[in-house]
Design a protein around this ligand. Sequence first.
Ligand code: AMP
Ligand code: GLY
Length: 443
Amino acid sequence: MKTLVIGTGGREHALALALSLDPGVSEVHAAPGNPGIAAVATLHDVDPMDGAAVTALAVGLGIDLVIVGPEAPLVAGVADPLRAAGIAVYGPSAAAAQLEGSKAFSKDVMAAAGVPTAGSRVCATPAEAAAALDELGSPYVVKDDALAAGKGVVVTTDRDEALAHAASCERVVIEEFLDGPEVSLFAVCDGRTAIALPPAQDFKRIFDGGLGANTGGMGSYSPLPWAPPGPADDVLATVVQPTLDEMNRRGAPFVGTLYVGLALTATGPRVIEFNCRFGDPDTQPVLALMTSPLGELLAAAARGDLSSVPAPIFAEGASVTVVMASAGYPESSSKGDVIVGTETLAEETDVDVIHAGTARSDGHLVSAGGRVLAVRAIGSDIADARAKAYEGIASISFPGAQWRRDIAAEPLGVVEGAALLESSDEVAASTVGDITRLDREIS
Ligand code: AMP
Ligand code: GLY
């Protein structure tokens, strides 16, 4: 099977690496990829947002399976011309990608499907927003309806800030605050049915202790020893299957990863958000532990025939991923800093350097984005995997590198950023306003 991975980040590197280890996969291609992916795939300089160009590439290479990594090309509809050309695609159509592309759409689907989530109101005017804030109460959660688009989600105890955010967006979803640790669950969907991969947890804030600005994700680990047993099956039954059924009723079957962002609240798991693709970096530890072939699984989903393959198998033990970001991240990023030390880890069997924002320049590996790379390790348990990941981090350096020291240190379901909201209202008014602008996902 010839495969093509679309995207440039750490998630795409992890996908390409797993495909390269699948004996059923004869070729791995990537567009545009990155220098880490180049070690396991053939790179092609094609814009992921250009559906016609991606389709021409896939047809020209005789690709059997295209896997689209990021949400932007999916929401823009890159899967549609590929499918029209008869190529199997792991990733939803433009219509089905609206589950991530529009918060109002996803809330509407959840309501119709009876999926447990935060109560919410869609508001198009300041008066509607004010009424919804008072009805649903503090802490206030205000989400731009559109895909990130530089505004995103604000969680705050400051009503004026919540109102200001609402006023700055054309349409917002205002919702009830969900209190509980967050878990990422990936459901591999074939349009009608789904299987769940083991859950992971992502550390979203830039600083240790869950403080500072929100990022694309500074580290992750899987599995979650503290999570209640069986949440995956439970969530398949109460969230994923009803959502797939509802999408079929709407004539937009969902094929690809339904990423269920869950809050484990006192009253059970509730959906914080849907994404229409694998998480980054939450996918990295999950794939590190998967010992069954990834290509076979995703190809079966893309064909609409998940029941034709055995359930995926995962190694015992744990995996931890620690991200190294460039100076200034997440507000900005530094480019061109020379990275040293990655080659010393190439011989390690339990450790991978996962590239995200890297480039080659004058024979050097250099930084080229906010999240530059990650060290991913597997071990007998979280402590073992964590020790190996941090050993790897210690052997890599570049000017201005920043990373969290507490990834998977306390895998107890901490609520990232909770300390900020628990502070007094006065502090919240001045501090939370700066640091809870939650979509600064500059990757
Ligand atoms: P989203 O863009 O929907 O993924 O939201 C980004 C982040 O905002 C989530 O990962 C949560 O940390 C936080 N968040 C979103 N919605 C809620 C909610 N209803 N209650 C509490 N936190 C939320
Ligand atoms: N790490 C969070 C995401 O991929 O959306």
